[in-house]
Every structure is written in C-alpha cells, then in structure tokens.
Ligand binder design. Structure first.
Ligand SMILES: Cc1cn([C@H]2C[C@H](O)[C@@H](COP(=O)(O)OP(=O)(O)OP(=O)(O)O)O2)c(=O)[nH]c1=O
Length: 194
C-alpha cells in the first residue's frame, strides 16, 4: 500500500520546494478565510491557518473517498511589532507594509501542518529578516512589477524584493513558504520520506 502526499496549497513556490526535496506529491488547493481573530498573536494565527488548510483538504478528500494519504499545508505571515502582516489588499496597503518594514527587522513566521488518519501535527518556524531603507520611489516601482501582490508582507526574498533584504537569520526556504529541513523531519514522522 503506498501513501500519497497531498500538498494543500495553490502556491507554485511550495510545490517547487517539495520537488526540490524529491518528494512526489499532488496539489490540492483549499481556499479558507484568512482574516485574523481579535487579539490573535501572529504565531497563533499562522498555526491556526496552516492547521485549517490541512484539515479542510483532508475532509474534502476523505469525503470524496480518498484514503491512504498524508496532507501537508503551510501558511506564511510577517510579524511586525507583534502584529501579523499578510498579503497586501492593494497598492496602498503594500506602501504601508513596506514603509514599516523599511530599515527595520521583522520576523517571518511559517507554520507547517501535517495530517493523516491518526491525527495531525503543526509547527511554527520563525526567521528574522533585516530590511534596508526602502524609499517611496522604490516601493512604487516594486508594486508595478506585480511581485508584491500575492506575498506576505508585500515582498519576495527570492525575487526582485531580495534587494531590500540586508540579512536573514534562520530558514530562507521558510520565508519563501516551506522550511525544507523542518518539513522533511515532520513528514518523516508521518512515514513520508524520499
Ligand atoms: C515574505 C515572503 C513571502 N512569500 C510568499 C509565501 C506564501 O506563498 C505567500 C503567503 O501566502 P500564504 O497564504 O501563506 O500562501 P499562498 O496563498 O501563497 O498559498 P496557499 O495558501 O494555497 O498555500 O507569500 C514569498 O514567496 N517570499 C517572501 O519573501
């Protein structure tokens, strides 16, 4: 009996990172409400969202008769001054986020959640990122590239936004959406390895 790995995500970056690990999988995107709850910490929020993505995918696939699967889901948020920053709602929101990140340090939180028929486990990985000073002209030009729109905190370290990053302490793959080392360890606990 072979167990199939399901990635509960629409993200092209997360599937590419799993490919990088040599783990064959199938993408099964789930859309959930990603709004924060009142007074919820960034860590509690990112873990709740990853867990909910995994549980939702699991329920839908089980209802469709799928068995022998392990579901992996992930969520990425920026924590700045104790507040969560997700994807920008619009250009103005991107300006607000990048102005606050400019010349400051922030944390990128990625939660990974794995579920099978025995239960689930969720873990949060924190990476510190120091931003260089970013001007309004930089932000305007960056917004026009289209890159910030679907990225937590309005930037992509692996793309054009990498030029705003002075230093990183922690996992770079986690900033991009899936921490390779921790994902490998967690999946191993659920019987998935290369
Ligand atoms: C900070 C940062 C975020 N990101 C991305 C990672 C995540 O894909 C995205 C945050 O959105 P998420 O809601 O975590 O994920 P998603 O909507 O892309 O995919 P899904 O929910 O279907 O799994 O921001 C980068 O690619 N580079 C970066 O430097």
């Amino acid at each position: 009996m072979s167990i199939s790995l399901i990635l509960a995500s629409a993200s092209p970056r997360r599937t590419a990172l799993l490919d990088q690990m040599g783990l064959s999988h199938r993408q099964f995107p789930v859309d959930i409400d990603e709004s924060p709850l009142a007074d919820e910490s960034p860590e509690a929020m990112v873990m709740r969202l990853a867990e909910q993505k995994a549980a939702t995918a699991w329920q839908r696939l089980s209802a469709a008769g799928e068995t022998d699967m392990v579901v992996l889901a992930s969520d990425t948020l920026i924590a700045f001054n104790g507040k969560p920053l997700g994807k920008p709602a619009d250009r103005e929101d991107c300006f607000t986020m990048l102005r606050s990140l400019s010349d400051n340090e922030h944390e990128v939180l990625t939660a990974i959640s794995v579920k099978d028929d025995q239960g689930s486990k969720t873990q949060c990985i924190c990476t510190k990122v120091q931003f260089a000073p970013v001007s309004d002209d930089d932000i305007a030009a960056y917004w026009d590239t289209g890159e910030p729109a679907d990225k937590a905190g309005s930037y992509a370290i692996q793309g054009i936004g990498g030029q705003f990053v002075k230093s990183v302490s922690g996992s770079v793959s986690s900033v991009i959406g899936l921490p390779l080392y921790e994902t490998r360890c967690l999946l191993k606990e659920f019987g998935i390895s290369k």
